[in-house]
Design a protein around this ligand. Structure first.
Ligand SMILES: Cc1cc2nc3c(=O)[nH]c(=O)nc-3n(C[C@H](O)[C@H](O)[C@H](O)COP(=O)(O)O)c2cc1C
Length: 172
């Protein structure tokens, strides 16, 4: 059964996200990644717990180098992370946030999600991007997070995250 918008906000929620600062497309050098800005808005509105997925091997600060690293990690399905997520047992709603990397999630998100049991959970995906919208990310989530109900996602252009708080609230 679908919950109405109000019900989502009152459920016990967890945000799992990836975000990279440093040099990026359309925004130059930034101290805080775009997806992190959106994740923090969601936290403000929902009081959710929040987990940032950190790559064990940091991406290059240079955008041009980072995109090559990202492509390589996706191709080889090799992207270790600093800390695995233990369990999500106590949460009803899981917000999964990622930048679109070559149409997909950063491979670190795949590493983080693939061993978790999502049975019975509601997943609300969100992305930041520079043209791809949600990309293939909802499909990836449906593939990886077996047993979850994956709701319609929110896609925000990375270069305008700072003005997007209202859009996030509306989606929530
Ligand atoms: C490795 C890499 C690959 C990217 N691939 C895409 C893409 O396929 N489509 C797109 O719209 N944007 C792409 N972008 C732009 C990012 O999705 C966008 O800048 C996003 O807001 C970055 O989020 P973050 O600051 O939280 O890491 C890419 C950026 C990087 C660094």
């Amino acid at each position: 059964m679908l919950l109405n918008k109000k019900d989502y906000k009152n459920k016990k929620s967890l945000i799992i996200y990836f975000s990279r600062a440093d040099e990026n497309y359309a925004v130059g050098f930034i101290n805080k990644g775009n997806t992190e800005v959106i994740a923090e808005y969601i936290k403000d509105y929902t009081n959710a717990d929040i987990i940032k997925i950190e790559p064990a091997i940091p991406y290059a600060k240079s955008y041009n180098d980072a995109i090559e690293e990202a492509k390589e990690r996706q191709k080889n399905h090799n992207a270790p992370i600093v800390k695995e997520i233990n369990d999500i047992y106590s949460y009803d709603v899981i917000y999964i946030g990622a930048p679109v990397y070559w149409g997909d999630m950063p491979e670190e998100m795949v590493t983080a999600l693939k061993n978790i049991d999502f049975s019975g959970k509601i997943i609300r995906p969100f992305t930041t991007h520079e043209g791809s919208g949600l990309g293939n990310i909802p499909n990836q989530i449906k593939d990886i997070c077996k047993g979850a109900e994956v709701e319609e996602g929110l896609a925000i252009r990375g270069s305008v995250v700072n003005g997007a708080k209202n859009k996030v609230e509306y989606w929530l």
